[in-house]
Design a protein around this ligand. Sequence first.
Ligand SMILES: *Cc1c(COP(=O)(O)O)cnc(C)c1O
Length: 475
Amino acid sequence: MQNDEIVEKLNELNKTSSLLDIPETERKGMIQKVSDFANRFISGLSTVRGFFDKDAGPVGIDNQPHQLSEIIDLYQREVAGTGINAAAGTHLGYIPGGGVFTAALADFMAAVTNPYAGVYYASPGAVAIENEAINWLKSVFSYPKSSVGNLTSGGSVSTLIAFTAARDKHQVKNERIPKHVVYLSDQVHHSTQKALRIIGLEDVVIRHVALDDYFRMKPDSLESIIQKDIAEGLIPFLVVATAGTTDTGAVDPLNEIADVAEKYKMWFHVDAAYGGFFILTSKKDLFAGIERTDSIIVDPHKSMFLPYGLGAVLIKDKKAALHSNHYETNYMQDAAGDDLVKSPSNLSPELTRHFRGLRLWLPLQIHGIEPFITCLEEKLLLVKYFRNRLADLGFCLGPEPDLSVSYFWYPFETDADEKNKKLMDEIHADGDVFLSSSIINNRFVIRIAILSFRTKKEIVDRAVAMIERCLAKVK
Ligand SMILES: *Cc1c(COP(=O)(O)O)cnc(C)c1O
């Protein structure tokens, strides 16, 4: 092909290929439409239902162009209008967070500018922001400057990174695997066992440590199991504590567990995915000892109310963290001179990644820290308020939680489990406020997790009114 022919063909192709690069006037209109949608959505949150118990309609791709307004309508109907409304303060199930608006602005800016946030050389500015976010987290948890960290998609991936470092530091491989023991509580999040499996440690020995009446791990029980295991020729390897359990809102006694972990030279990991940022509140003392752990996971998409897709991991032993994640290759040679831990890709399975540091950094720059802390204090009080109101209605309550997750059940005289299940079904069918259930001490219970920054007293009152309404139907 001659060049004049090529140029003619290129001009022809450009008519369609340039459609992806939208001109400014059209951009303005599109941004306006999305902005109108966002404003309508957010303004409606105070009155909208918490749960739409229905399936989504078709959202298939037909490879044809459509109008943005048509697609926004589809999104409103099939996404915003089905399932749990996780942006609303009426989401009181699982572990809610809400999704602060300024993080959405950060995501927009990050996606528009598309910096390469995995490698320092490629975007020193974006990676500096990622690393300042990690530095900030280190200061929150009193971790040393020499520790390392990574922003991940969430707690599950953070756990993978932490456990892999622990595995490699302790050389838990091959025939050594079934000799190594992991200690955890019955209240540990299932992502813990899942991570062990994914990283090839399915065959480690798992011990469940006894819990006190508040679902906190008993350090003396931990130590006596360890001694028994050592006597049997096993090797204590990893202890997993939780700072804020998913079902019961409990914080394990970190200082005492740290004593045991140090004594037996184990890796001490704390899962603070849900509870971590309560360290900034009046509950600070419960977190004493967290600075003595070897690794921490925490989810800013939970107790910092950011939109889903932001977790973090901190690891003290830089060498262990690098060992499993750092790899040199020819096509990365231009980036090789960097200080290794400067680049997020050396501390994570990811190479190319979303510039997620901005969605933590920008909200902190705009709001400062105070509103975040105040929201958390508010949630602690709201749980107390909710419990008092339910007690007045004759409900039984789980023990006073350390943080903002609690549970309850109605003491029906007969078939209590079945009737509480029915009560849960009625609550889901009502849908004004969303709650979830669990099984605790072999009893069917209904959980309340108050964490969304948008959950206020009025919504807790709505929850109580709904529970009363549904109870009347079951009684
Ligand atoms: C949510 C949660 C996890 C898992 O985190 P994801 O971000 O959902 O992957 C782990 N541990 C605890 C205690 C949690 O609440």
